[in-house]
Design a protein around this ligand. Structure first.
Ligand SMILES: [Zn+2]
Length: 330
């Protein structure tokens, strides 16, 4: 804390008076008593610190200065940091057990123009944040945060006097964003939780997970046979040059009502990953895991039909169209 200049004493007395309801003379008397009690070794500022603690009042001048920073400015060990960020991904509420007691936590990934950070809400705060409407796309204001790291990623946590606020201005965000070439991207029809077989849904959703898979399958256009790999001659019908790789992605998406398994093909897979087909085929062969990681948390605008899943009980989404949802700042 920066030392407080002597000329601030009258100001501090005025602030303490205002915040505590005691009049200024009364405060000066109490200060004198404190100073006498400490045999005159206590300064006036020191007396004010003690008094403000006794009265349970935080004086503005004694508050530690906050710093509002962007995510790329954060460094390990920083304290009293304020950030204004967006939740890029909000996980499900999960439980943990510590010393035989069960607690809850909610992991989030935050982003702004400049970088990303992990942030976890613990216990009551985790449930409270959800009640306050926290979801992917929410704006979060964190104050008095601390900077740490987890798995080599920046992790923020709230100090004991930390606070957070949640703002949901989804419509505004979408309006402000540049989406002139996707005319009906804001259309919303139906929701995942009520999607029926052959029913239609169109909504914003975030990608929760990418299910394991190669990212494509290979088939022969001549005999329709499914093949193991891309080659020039079909091993089934011996046709030449009829073999095609088709992109296929299986993801879990959540529109806020329910996570649902969704399947995308070809162009829609390209939209999911934001890459063209040739790029994707080579990326999938080299390092599909990293490509998958990059799209988790992404918000998309998705349209499709309900289809009975393999388990014959749950409805899956056959994606017919997907557009990325650009953020105002993205
Ligand atoms: Zn064939």
């Amino acid at each position: 804390m920066a030392p407080i200049a002597t000329q601030d004493v009258p100001l501090l007395i005025a602030q303490l008076s205002e915040k505590s309801g005691l009049d200024e003379n009364n405060i000066r008397e109490k200060m004198t008593q404190k100073i006498e009690k400490f045999s005159g070794l206590l300064t006036e500022q020191g007396a004010l610190v003690l008094l403000s603690k006794e009265l349970n009042v935080t004086l503005p001048l004694f508050e530690k200065p906050h710093q509002t920073l962007t995510l790329n400015e954060l460094k390990m060990g920083m304290n009293n940091i304020d950030v204004k960020v967006r939740a890029k991904y909000v996980d499900k509420l999960k439980t943990y057990t510590k010393n035989g007691k069960e607690g809850k936590y909610l992991s989030t990934r935050l982003t702004d123009d400049t970088g990303e950070a992990l942030f976890t809400f613990w216990n009551e705060q985790a449930e409270e944040a959800l009640q306050k409407g926290l979801r992917a796309g929410s704006t979060l204001n964190l104050t008095n945060a601390r900077v740490g790291s987890f798995n080599n990623q920046t992790q923020l946590s709230l100090g004991y006097n930390g606070t957070y606020t949640i703002e949901n201005t989804e419509n505004e965000t979408i309006e402000n964003s540049t989406r002139t070439n996707s005319t009906n991207a804001r259309t919303r029809t139906g929701e995942f939780s009520t999607l029926k077989e052959n029913g239609f849904v169109e909504t914003d959703a975030h990608i929760v997970d990418v299910l394991p898979g190669k990212g494509y399958y290979v088939r022969c256009l001549s005999c329709q046979g499914k093949l193991q790999k891309r080659e020039t001659t079909c091993p089934i019908c011996m046709a030449e040059g009829k073999i095609e790789a088709r992109l296929l992605a299986s993801v879990i998406v959540d529109d806020g009502t329910q996570p649902i398994r969704a399947v995308a093909f070809e162009n829609e897979v390209c939209s999911l990953y934001g890459k063209n087909k040739e790029e994707l085929l080579s990326v999938f062969e080299m390092d599909k895991g990293s490509a998958d990681k990059e799209i988790v948390g992404k918000i998309i605008h998705v349209a499709g039909k309900g289809k009975m899943g393999m388990d014959k009980t749950s409805i899956e989404l056959m994606i017919s169209r997907v557009n990325p949802v650009p953020f105002a700042n993205a």
